[in-house]
Design a protein around this ligand. Sequence first.
Ligand code: ADP
Length: 259
Amino acid sequence: DFSVHLHVKSNDELGALAKAIQLLSRDLAHLKKTRSEFLASISHELRTPLTYVKGYADIVRRKELSEEERIKYATIIYEEANHVAALVKELFDLAQLEQHSFSIQKEAVKLYPFIQRVADKMALAFQEKGIHFEYRCPSSLSLQIDPNRFEQVLVNVLDNALKYSKRGGHVRLDVEEKSKHVLITVADEGIGIPEEDVPFVFERFYRVDKSRARSSGGSGLGLSIVKEIVEAHGGTVKLESKVNKGTMITIELERDIEQ
Ligand code: ADP
């Protein structure tokens, strides 16, 4: 237990110190609780897919199966193993981010070629799902960002737009220069998010529809990683959404970090 009780009732330095220690101890207690909640959710998130893997692998090794059943069970095992792999990768990213969050390696990045490169990597996935993907970015803009981390931001956000869009939908990535800042928006015409869930989507492991997100391979960590990276750059990120209309993510970066 981190709680500390100091009964120093004075307005001098000692009083201020006592107050500071009290506040700090409250922070530590909160941190400890968040940490154990975090560990509990990780165990849960890993246990669920592993239960499927174990169960179906056991059936496959014990039972005489038709070809159709064998493929069905092997597919479940494969998908659940993929889910675990994605989760472990995101956990690793998160751990790395927390370790290095004070050493974001900023450099002057020309935004247009940067966005173009990320968009090119994603283009095939959009094409395969029959989603129209476009991007727009001023050609002269440069920003002080960590290119690796920022690529991760864009990939996570675009990957969500892809996962939660329907065939025939449009996804747009726009970069706009304002007087004091740069706005990066990603808008889709997908399934959207109910109003009551929107405030929580940046929390670790939060998924709107657990069963649906599972089948699309989501871990609920993507947006929390996005938020950590954007905030480590001194920026903000918000999400607006309407069910069955679509979702828009807006990332705002101060222009004074621009070269
Ligand atoms: P996940 O890995 O599950 O996609 P995220 O942290 O990236 O986790 O997102 C959290 C939840 O927010 C998702 O599970 C999904 O329910 C919802 N979500 C995120 N982006 C979108 C989007 N573009 N359209 C609809 N729902 C979204």
